[in-house]
Structures are given as C-alpha cells and as structure tokens.
Design a protein. Structure first.
Length: 191
C-alpha cells in the first residue's frame, strides 16, 4: 500500500500533508516559485488531489496564508505591555541565529505577485492587523496598528534579510528598548 493510498482513506491527514508541504514550499520559494505538482509530490499525493481539496494553487495559497498568519508570532493575543512584548518577539525572531522567518518570509517572497499580494493583505488584516488594532485603545487604532506592522516589517527586513550591521549586530536588550519606545508611540492612545 502506498502513502497516497493510505492518505485517501484519511482525508484529514491528506489535507494536513498537503498544507504542510505547501507551507514549506511557499515559504521557501514564494507563490511564483513553486507549482502544485511539486507541492503534491512532497505531500505524497497527485496534483489532481491537491486541486480537489483546495480548488487551485491560489486557493491553497489562501489557506496557507490564513494558517500562517493566524498564529501570534509577533503581536500577542493579549498583553499587559503590548509594545514591550511585541519588541521582545521581534528581536528574538530576527536574531541572526533564529531558526526561520515563517510568515514574514512567506509574505516577502510572494508579495510581488498581485494575486498573492491580495491574499496576503487579507490575511494580515484578518489576523495580525486585527489582533494589533484590537489591542489598541483610543482613536485611529487601525492606522496605528498598520504603522506598527510597518515598523516591525522594516526592522525584520533590515535586520534579518538585508542584515545591516547596525541592527544585525545590535545588543538585543538595547534593540528591545529602542523598538519598545518606538512602538509605545503607536500603542499608547494619542493625547
């Protein structure tokens, strides 16, 4: 009995194997850098089965984005000190020896495709953007949240992807202090 035959009997495991393969592939290669056949092969199924479960590559990507962005990797679900906890997560996840970049890398490598960018936008607004905005008190929470996300993305890009020496080699505690101060401007209600 083959792996694909076994999975057909368990739709949940088959779906999970496809999603795991797709998350890894889209994160590593971006939306345009991987095809359904490659994702299917790594999951031990056929491309036709992937399309049966998800409708299309775009449908599969939308589910991958939804799953990836639902996890609170940067902005916590609840927080006593949103700025400090978010800064701590950012510095830890962008450290030179951190394992992987997860949703950020998925976003970065796929955003050049207009369809993928729309899906990413929806995922950000539904998950991390909403979580950030919901944690803010006062007016203009959505705008302040998105400015906060832009700050996080900029630090992430500059420190981890580009690797400028000032951020890459910064003392983590000092960097947390600076990022916390910058985020406090956005997380505290305007006077």
């Amino acid at each position: 009995m083959t792996l694909a035959t076994t999975r057909r009997r368990d739709a949940g495991n088959t779906r999970r194997a496809i999603l795991d393969s797709a998350i890894a592939a889209f994160t590593r290669h971006g939306y345009d850098g991987v095809g359904v056949r490659e994702i299917a092969a790594n999951a031990g199924v056929t491309a036709m089965l992937v399309n049966r479960y998800f409708g299309s590559k775009e449908g599969l990507f939308a589910e991958v984005v939804d799953i990836s962005f639902a996890q609170p990797t940067m902005v916590p679900r609840s927080s006593v000190d949103l700025a400090a906890e978010t800064a701590h997560a950012l510095v830890a996840r962008t450290a030179p020896d951190a394992d992987h970049l997860g949703p950020f890398e998925l976003m970065l490598k796929s955003a050049a495709n207009p369809r993928a960018a729309k899906i990413i936008q929806a995922g950000i607004e539904k998950h991390v953007g909403a979580r950030f905005a919901d944690a803010l008190q006062g007016p203009e929470a959505q705008e302040r949240a998105e400015l906060g996300l832009a700050l996080l993305a900029g630090v992430w890009l500059t420190r981890r992807i580009i690797g400028t020496s000032g951020l890459r080699d910064a003392d983590p505690q000092t960097l947390r202090v600076h990022v916390t101060r910058m985020l406090k401007v956005l997380t505290e209600p305007p006077a």
